[in-house]
Ligand binder design. Sequence first.
Ligand SMILES: Nc1nc2c(c(=O)[nH]1)N[C@H]1C(S)=C(S)[C@@H](COP(=O)(O)OP(=O)(O)OC[C@H]3O[C@@H](n4cnc5c(=O)[nH]c(N)nc54)[C@H](O)[C@@H]3O)O[C@H]1N2
Ligand SMILES: Nc1nc2c(c(=O)[nH]1)N[C@H]1C(S)=C(S)[C@@H](COP(=O)(O)OP(=O)(O)OC[C@H]3O[C@@H](n4cnc5c(=O)[nH]c(N)nc54)[C@H](O)[C@@H]3O)O[C@H]1N2
Ligand code: SF4
Ligand SMILES: [Mo]
Length: 741
Amino acid sequence: MSSAPSTALRICPLCEATCGLTLTVDGGRVTAARGDRDDVFSRGFICPKGAAFPEVDADPDRLTSPLVRENGVLREAGWDEAFDRIAARMRPLIEEHGPNAVGVVLGNPNVHTVAGALYPPLLIGALGTRNLFTASTVDQMPKHVSSGLLFGDAFAIPVPDLDRTDHLLMLGANPLDSNGSLCTAPDFPGRLKELRRRGGTLTVVDPRRTRTARLADRHLALRPGTDALFLAALVHTLFAEDLTDLGHLAAHVEGVDEVRRAVEDFSPEAVAAPCDLDAEAIRTTARELAAAPTAAVYGRMGSSTVAYGTLGNWLVDVLNVLTGNLDRPGGALFPLSATAPAPRPAGPGKGFALGRWTSRVSGHPEAKGELPLAALAEEIDTPGEGRIRALITIAANPVLSAPDGRRLDAALASLDFMVAVDPYLGETARHADVVLPPPPPSQSAHFDFAFNGFAVRNQVRHTPPAVPLGDGRMDECEIHARLILAVSGMHGAPPEAVDALAVDSTLAKAVTQEHSPVYGEDPRAVAARLTGATGPERRLDLMLRLGPYGRSHGLTLDSLRAAPHGIDLGPLRPRLPGLLKTRSGRIELLPAPIAADLPRLRAALGSVPDPGTLQLVGRRHLRSNNSWLHNVPALTGGSNRCTLQIHPEDAARLGLEAGALARVKGEGGELEAEVEITDTVRPGVVSLPHGWGHDRPGTRLGVASRRPGVNVNQLLDGSRLDPLSGTAVLNGFPVHVSPLL
Ligand SMILES: Nc1nc2c(c(=O)[nH]1)N[C@H]1C(S)=C(S)[C@@H](COP(=O)(O)OP(=O)(O)OC[C@H]3O[C@@H](n4cnc5c(=O)[nH]c(N)nc54)[C@H](O)[C@@H]3O)O[C@H]1N2
Ligand SMILES: Nc1nc2c(c(=O)[nH]1)N[C@H]1C(S)=C(S)[C@@H](COP(=O)(O)OP(=O)(O)OC[C@H]3O[C@@H](n4cnc5c(=O)[nH]c(N)nc54)[C@H](O)[C@@H]3O)O[C@H]1N2
Ligand code: SF4
Ligand SMILES: [Mo]
């Protein structure tokens, strides 16, 4: 007997835009996906990845049960056996070698799952390890560090007020292909077009003429890696031409004169040669920014994963401050997510500390409790006291996403024990002794703990599982909870115990805080009010009740569920000074670590790249997502995407022909890639996408391994980092390119 098809709502987990999908469910399977027109935020928008949700969900290569290694070979196992194995191996290892012997790697999809938001902090706490590595240090860590120093809170990240701004200066971002990042905006392309339609101005700074750049009023194709110089020259010009106007911010900012002095050397003429931009174009950009009624400066990947990443990210917000655009409508505002702690009264905070400990081998300072992902391999393969002997990877594929995958590959193979929480047996998970596969996304509830905090509109949505958990499946929240119990000596305790502990510790603190909605209450009485059938649901309910809309909107899990298409919480609103947690209680415009890094930028004024090299930059494709969507035929058809793009002049000079193979040599290795000649990359620059290189043995990626592509990160040896944030330089590094004879 078969039932009629039904529909279910599911927030898309495939990029940061968080679109609401309407899924068609037939016979327990998702058969179609379209945009949910009633979604309060995405209003029906969908992209080709969202439309391929059914194929992503039903990929036959997804693992259906845990895998356990026996005599060197992975075989299917039951959940109890898998967790027994973890407890049996991890506990003695920690007892003998201490907590730092276990490393943890958290990858990108953790920001797209409920489990990834709620459990990793508890896992790190339970292990007590300092060896934490995440995708942030191949991505946005410079922004966290800059925000930590400026505002005292690494998560206080202003987002451009896309729907109201008059002027957007965007650096190193290509939302027409990426759908946006640290700026959650379903239909980002439509919002940019709307900005132009209402008479606003869009300037795009990118060494490639991207689809986004083609939409802009002005495209500045600067030399890769020089954004910080360009931005410093904008700040210089604002001061030189008396164009600064802090407006409402004046009372909340210190260090303005110090910044003026710090950028004295960075005149447009001084940066013109290294940036390869016209000094007058730089001046015009500064003047237009200052003259716009409202404006926002926004920088992402291409200005983050570069040698001066933290300085560049700092300068982005220095510009937002000096033009009075920070924290005002139409400028760059701080979202207020429904699960953020309730705002506290203004006043001095604890500030942001960097480098509280350092990595064992190279002495890299920690940032936000993390060490550079680029240093993971050396922390495993360098002998000595404190070496990482066991590793837990959750939703991470650093063999492809981090520098020097070959070295990391060998390092992972040498571990005493490894656990991977991953739905695929991919390039990284194939090294694990135990693989714990989460169910496909249709079987999981969804809530955007991370992205609501970076969204261009305050709103909140929750979608329950579209399809019941399959036979033999375990919800990813339960996988994480059992993993925590297994490594912390509580193996066998019920997984709800982990959530109950989290609720208790949150409440114990909340009832003592005067600004909390539960101040002075009995924690047990509050806990008894929580609804939700599972531990993670009760934790979400608690966060909503304690959050900024708990009291004002009566927001709870039940009230949220009563609004299946979400609840709109209005446009972004000013949040200063309450948001500031610096020691001064003000915006500290020239923090000491930044000042100490500026001489490095000053030294770059005199340098241009060696003419014998080309600078490599990355790119993203709308139908891809980092390293893990290449196994879905619906998203991988068509021509080869893993091509080396090169400008016609460079191709002619080097004797490269379209469609032929080129040899690309970097500091960490070499590879061969198909040549694509295009003037969308500027001269002196080549572009190769990341996330490819699916030709390693021992994976179970039938489709991806037939068209493997090459791993661009093999060109890096892991030594190029932004020193303040430990972020790898993935854009703007030197390579030698030659024809493959
Ligand atoms: N050269 C270069 N390198 C880059 C970049 C670049 O632009 N250029 N970009 C960098 C950036 S921004 C990032 S974020 C990183 C990303 O790099 P990673 O953090 O390593 O993330 P992915 O490559 O997306 O791999 C994600 C893994 O999670 C698994 N997965 C998918 N869904 C789930 C799920 O629901 N639960 C669990 N537990 N696992 C899941 C996938 O199978 C895959 O193994 O790459 C970085 N590397
Ligand atoms: N389709 C798709 N969408 C994705 C992803 C994906 O892999 N595929 N990944 C997701 C993730 S994890 C992230 S973090 C976001 C990233 O999303 P975005 O931040 O938009 O990043 P990219 O799309 O990599 O675009 C970066 C741009 O920077 C340019 N660039 C390179 N070097 C420089 C430089 O030195 N200066 C300047 N100004 N520009 C430079 C590149 O040419 C490129 O166009 O995308 C997310 N969305
Ligand atoms: S834009 Fe992002 S969130 Fe929206 S449908 Fe596409 S992949 Fe999903
Ligand atoms: Mo990312």
